[in-house]
Design a protein around this ligand. Structure first.
Ligand code: XUL
Length: 523
């Protein structure tokens, strides 16, 4: 028991969250927003650099500077950092960091007298790091798939088809465009492994959760795939940091943090994972069949799977769970609040009126359906924006409201079927989860209870829980994941909504019709 720190190095900010496992509470939470502190110094906008041609990068030295600032803030805000037993973290997925042959030595010699940025200024072989927002690698995606024997082969091998934002295509592009700098690169790691290396004062391997976002890791063995590495870039096997289990200690915290911030010398560092795999843990999804849906601008579905099932249609990404045994599916439906707000605004409603409309219309909407493609859709793939109405009067505000919510719930059911997961419960987070009437539709369509979660920072919480779990395991007193997650990742009291069997039966009939309508219009 004790205190554990989880760090989340995300696109726009760095967050530190400390859990107190004796009290079962979050003890502190601080965030450093990159634009607020480093906009001018690094030339960033919303944490990133737009370099043209779809290239979106960020600056590893800025992340190092943010780490110093965050730890100073955590200490000043009353946190006695000497009580922290272990640290783990989460990084924005897919970004790649390129280091030269001075990196290991510089990390090992960090001393508390000067900030990280000054001591590490010379370790990068590429000053900026391409991140997940980069869309410049379409050619490299095709080449990588062809290089392993085709799209289907890469999918089976790594769990994912090649995506522009994934790390492998980024590395390949760098090797092609700047072969000299690539040759002078001694180590390639991810955002997650870079941040962990700063803490441990040595090169920390990649964990399987983040490794699965590279297109280079065999999803079943959780090791780099020699075939994918060979298809990606020369000598990659030698440059890429190895993969380590997520809960194997990376070492003690560097003395730098002991002298500068008052951490205890024995504080352990664990490998960092990706932000989505950490959120899976932070939402308590540690058993197959547990699914979370975040209702944001886009709606994102997270699921815990027992097998690395893949989506042949490329409808989602598959990652290894940092719990060491399970897998996660991540599906992004672009028309989330975007579509809900389009309908709300079109009919001049507020959220109260939106809920009223749902209350006054029957499940199934008397056969009126909508395909809510107010913007081009990711899942199912729809290239051109345009909402489709079927037996739906565009002037009927109440029917329109029900149609958009039923469409989202039906679509989430249809397009999560590839996971082969019997959804036993749905934890819903995000702004729209405050609306009980919306949750009722999801409970009825999925035929399972829906719980509401309030999670400001699931990734940082998941990281802190990983530090606790890893620390207990390393001490020879392991605790099951369910018990680790339970005190922190719990539904809001009284928020559970049970499905109504009569409504579930209506949707079981309607889903075929919706699927047909979608088939006629998607693509
Ligand atoms: C997931 C993805 C993003 C990043 C940044 O595949 O690209 O969610 O992890 O948060």
């Amino acid at each position: 028991m004790g205190k554990y720190l989880g760090l989340d190095s995300s696109t726009q900010s760095l967050t530190g969250l400390i859990i107190d496992t004796d009290a079962g509470q979050i003890a502190a939470e601080e965030t450093v927003n990159f634009d607020a502190h480093f906009k001018v110094a690094y030339g960033i906008d919303k944490g990133v650099l737009h370099l043209g041609g779809g290239q979106v990068h960020s600056a590893p030295l800025m992340w190092a500077e943010a780490l110093d600032l965050l730890l100073q803030t955590l200490r000043e805000k009353g946190g006695d950092l000497s009580q922290i037993r272990a640290i783990a973290g989460s990084g924005q997925q897919h970004g790649t960091v390129y280091l030269n042959n001075t990196a290991a030595k510089a990390l090992g010699q960090l001393n508390g007298e000067a900030p990280l940025k000054e001591q590490l200024a010379g370790i990068l072989s590429r000053p900026t790091a391409p991140i997940w927002m980069d869309t410049s690698t379409a050619a490299q995606c095709e080449e990588l798939e062809a290089g392993v024997g085709g799209r289907q082969v890469l999918l089976e091998l790594t769990g994912n088809t090649a995506f522009e934002r994934f790390s492998g295509p980024q590395i390949r592009r760098f090797a092609q465009e700047d072969p000299d700098a690539y040759r002078h690169t001694a180590y390639i790691g991810l955002v997650s492994s870079f941040m962990a290396s700063l803490l441990a004062g040595k090169l920390v391997p990649v964990d399987p959760g983040d490794g699965s976002g590279t297109n280079l890791m065999e999803i079943r063995s959780r090791q780099w795939s020699p075939k994918a590495l060979a298809a990606c870039a020369p000598e990659l096997e030698r440059k890429l940091l190895p993969i380590t289990p997520s809960d194997r200690p990376a070492g003690p915290l560097s003395p730098y943090y002991v002298s500068r911030y008052g951490f205890a010398p024995g504080c352990q560092v664990f490998p960092f994972s990706g932000d989505n795999p950490c959120s899976l843990i932070g939402l308590g999804l540690v058993e197959p069949g547990q699914v979370a849906l975040s209702l944001g601008t886009s709606d994102t579905l997270f699921a815990c799977m027992d097998q690395p099932r893949v989506s042949a249609e490329g409808e989602g990404a598959v990652f290894a769970s940092p719990d060491g045994v399970h897998y996660m599916a991540l599906i992004c439906f672009l028309n989330g609040s975007l579509a809900r707000e389009a309908v709300r605004d079109r009919h001049r409603l507020d959220w109260l009126g939106f809920g009223e409309a749902l209350r006054h219309t029957p499940p199934g909407n008397q056969g009126a359906l909508m395909l809510p493609y107010f913007a081009p859709e990711i899942v199912p793939k729809v290239a051109r924006a345009g909402a489709v109405r079927h037996h739906l009067d565009p002037q009927d505000a109440q029917a329109e409201v029900r149609a958009v919510i039923e469409a989202q719930a039906l679509s989430s059911r249809i397009h999560s079927a590839w996971m082969g997961v019997a959804i036993r419960s749905l934890c819903v987070t995000g702004g729209a989860s405050a609306n009980e009437e919306i949750l009722k539709v999801f409970a009825d369509v999925h035929g399972c209870p829906v719980h509401r979660f309030e999670t400001a920072n699931a990734a940082a919480l998941g990281a802190a829980l990983r530090a606790w779990q890893g620390h207990l395991k390393a001490a020879g007193t392991p605790k099951p994941w369910k018990e680790i997650a339970a005190p922190f990742a719990k539904p809001l009291p009284g928020s559970t909504i049970q499905p109504n069997p009569a409504a579930t039966a209506v949707y079981a009939k309607l889903i075929g019709e919706y699927r047909e309508l979608e088939k006629r219009h998607a693509g």
